[in-house]
Design a protein around this ligand. Sequence first.
Ligand code: P6P
Length: 338
Amino acid sequence: MQVTTLGQFIIERQGDFPYAKGELSRLLRDIGIAAKVVNREVNKAGLVDILGEYGTINIQGERVKKLDVYANEQFIAALSAGGETCAVASEENEGLVHINSIVSKNAKYVVCVDPLDGSSNIDVNVSIGTIFSIYRRTSFTGKVEEMDYLQRGTEQIAAGYVIYGSSTMLVYTTGKDVNGFTLDPSIGEFCLSHPNMKCPQEGTIYSINEGNYVHFPDGVKQFIKYCQVEDGPTSRPYSSRYIGSLVADFHRNLLKGGIFIYPSTLKSPQGKLRLLYECNPLALIIERAGGKASDGSRRILDIQPASLHQRTPLFIGSTNLVNLAEEMMLKYSPLAAH
Ligand code: P6P
């Protein structure tokens, strides 16, 4: 069977972009390279006895870094070397990371990245992920400013994620369709394994941390009760699945259908998840795959960001389930729904 690598696919699809001169193709290539480097270290995470705990000096005499710090450094290094982006906004950094090389200064793209989301799960061998998002910079001269990043999610040129799980996959969209690539370690290449991914309109999985139930908006409580009712014609009760790693929960629902909800809670009144680094990229992907993403009432991609690290509630997955959850938010939590 003919194998299409990520590199071949990116070049083949370059034609999707009018006036494309290859910058975006090279930028996506750079992200793929960083993902392979991070994957190598993530797969060794279980060997801390050999490699050493964070903060110690390993047998090579190097200081062992936390994997999310390591991942952040790898993505920034790959994007800097590639020269196709002039700055990176990382979930790991308070401010923008300016890339000041001669080539990058005139680059036309800016990148948002959550280098290793769910990293608290590494020690228990649960799948974790990288989430990325690419925008065209809006300023034309001088240093990139925060304003270059405070764009609605609809302005994303591309968005994707890497899931480091039983296999390592890179899933991305450049606005048309969603394609998934599985890393073949024997050749060190991401190979097209899931062309034109679609999220089932109907889903029978709901994914939410019910430990926060007491503080959920009433609309969310009503939706959970709906999922738990015995009803044959609508295949209820639905299955509750919560991994606690956003990329893993999202990826399962993208493939099988379902809804993931991280609503406002007492501890996170604006929701826990970040608009720029997590919600916007996943919202672009789910919409291009036929699903839906909102904050319980507003489309995620339409939210005008006010700050880099802004948080938002997130309802994302199969369109019918997100619509139903929004209806319940409107009916039972009208204030929270606006
Ligand atoms: P909670 C991981 O820490 C993370 O950022 C996401 O990957 C995940 O969906 C969420 O937090 C889990 O949060 O409050 O349920 O532990």
